[in-house]
Design a protein around this ligand. Sequence first.
Ligand code: ADP
Length: 625
Amino acid sequence: MKKREFKTESKRVLDLMINSIYTNKEIFLRELISNASDAIDKLYYLSLTDKKMKVNRNDLKIRIDVDKDNRTITITDNGCGMTEKELENNLGVIAESGSLHFKEENKDQSDVNVIGQFGVGFYSAFMVSDKVTVESKSYLDEPATIWESSGVEGYTLSPSTKKEVGTVITLHIKEDTEDYNYSDLLTEYKIRDIVKKYSDYISYPIMMEVENSRKKEDSDEYETYKEVVTINSMVPLWKKDKKKIKNEEYNNFYTDKFYDYEEPLKVMHFNMEGSVNFTALLYIPSHAPYDYYSKEYEKGLQLYTNGVLIMDKCHDLLPDYFSFVKGVIDTEDIPLNISRETLQEDKNLKLIAKSIESRIKKELLELLDKDREKYEEFYKAFGMGLKFGIYNDYGMNKDKLQDLVMFYSSKEEKLVTLKEYVSRMKKDDENIYYACGESISKVSMLPQVERIKDSHEVLYLTEYVDEFAVMTLHEFDGKHFVNVSSESTDLSTEEEKEHIKKENTDNKDMLEKMKEVLEGEVSDVRFTSKLKNHPVCLTTEGEVSTSMEKVINAMPTDEKIKANMVLEINVSHKISDKLKELYKKDKDEFVKYTKVIYFEARLIEGLPIDNPTEMSNLMCDIMAK
Ligand code: ADP
């Protein structure tokens, strides 16, 4: 017998399980049945491609045995089984199926959430057992092994004489406590109830010996007898009649299958008939998975054909911008043993993907229309992906996505769609105005915004992809997007314009001098009437805005870009007079002021300052005067 210790993470999860206050302990059975079913799926799928393996689909099953006297529940399957090495790797270490998100920050969360996030599977057996035994024989020709553990101390491995391929898991059920009646789990009624609730759809029979009664022959008396019956209906949820499915069933199926601890935001269950036939059960999650915006996240839908799971995450069924969708597709129109590569080229698969995409879009638009609050919840979780969708692939999909995106509006003070913005525009307005910054409050304080928002609605773009998306869209409903920080947003009256023109000509030398002092940092310095209370701002000329400069320069490439910036000074601010005065009287001081003003303008724009020490020294010089 070999003794082993659990890996650190596993120990922590096990500890959580053993001392769990999680009330929904009965889910252990769902987890074990689901593992058994996966193992059978695997064996069957292998047998489709390997003719040497003789597997008859009708023989595949799961069996549950309850022994009240010895307080055990046994779950037997004839799936692929595990070798000694696999037992050690799969059960000694917390499952690698993306569950390793057990970070320090989770410590304070309730264990409900932690369990949910893991989909912790096998270890949930320890919520109800004080000892778990797993006896398994792999389909690979290797001797069988017994794995056994009574908790965090570790586990043992010993040889077994098991001949049939498959796995037998024996749970030694805990003694009753004040908080939980574990003995209840040892009743036929309870087991059937749990199976019905969580595992009814499992596509293999779940067998159990039950007690029945019948009338004795030639007598009025009844006798009890035992028989083995199938306790699940085996009809997958998506094959059931929509009208007969309760919300709870949809939700349970989702949380179980896709390891989410929260109920989905939306369920879509539909059949398609036509050039290709399929059934879809799709879900929109209510929150983004922890790894959603990372490279680790893998999109895809489960693909079943003729009742067999042929792919767990079929990427090609979902476009990237809808990668948040989870679910199942079942079709008879795709060959059973098909490789990933040939699948990609499959005409029917492409048709299915196309129809799924338009369905998802339709449902989202409907949600936007009918349940704004829910849509906003969705958008907060997944909106960024939609905006990337507009920008990616050279804007190829922008028309499909432009009605789904929202931005914060200065006027409504909430998220609005582009359609809503345009519907509020005044008759002669040509432009959709937007401004960029790190947060709503920062954008609203931008000098350029302050002035324009009195007369025009401004969209606040706070995520770095936003401006790229807007630039890719270029226009919406014939109206062009205009950054309020660009030179083209001058809403001054003719009179004001005349006045500014004169100011700029009269002070040409001074403004030239300022540009010289700033040594190529800005392409121009000029007076403006665009600003209300603020002394200065930076605007941009040309294609590249300051926020784009920020984003691109933060990327890990050598490519650096520079926005063409113009330093604008509020002509009606006292600082303008001060500058004029200094230019005449004190050239040294004038240089200092110019630099400080420029630094300030950068700070307001959220741009970095290369030499903060110089800035502080200059300010102190001025203050000490
Ligand atoms: P998950 O199912 O999320 O991967 P589990 O902790 O439930 O995590 O299981 C870990 C692994 O152990 C599974 O991925 C599978 O490889 C293996 N396993 C569990 N139960 C069985 C079984 N009954 N038959 C074969 N392999 C199993």
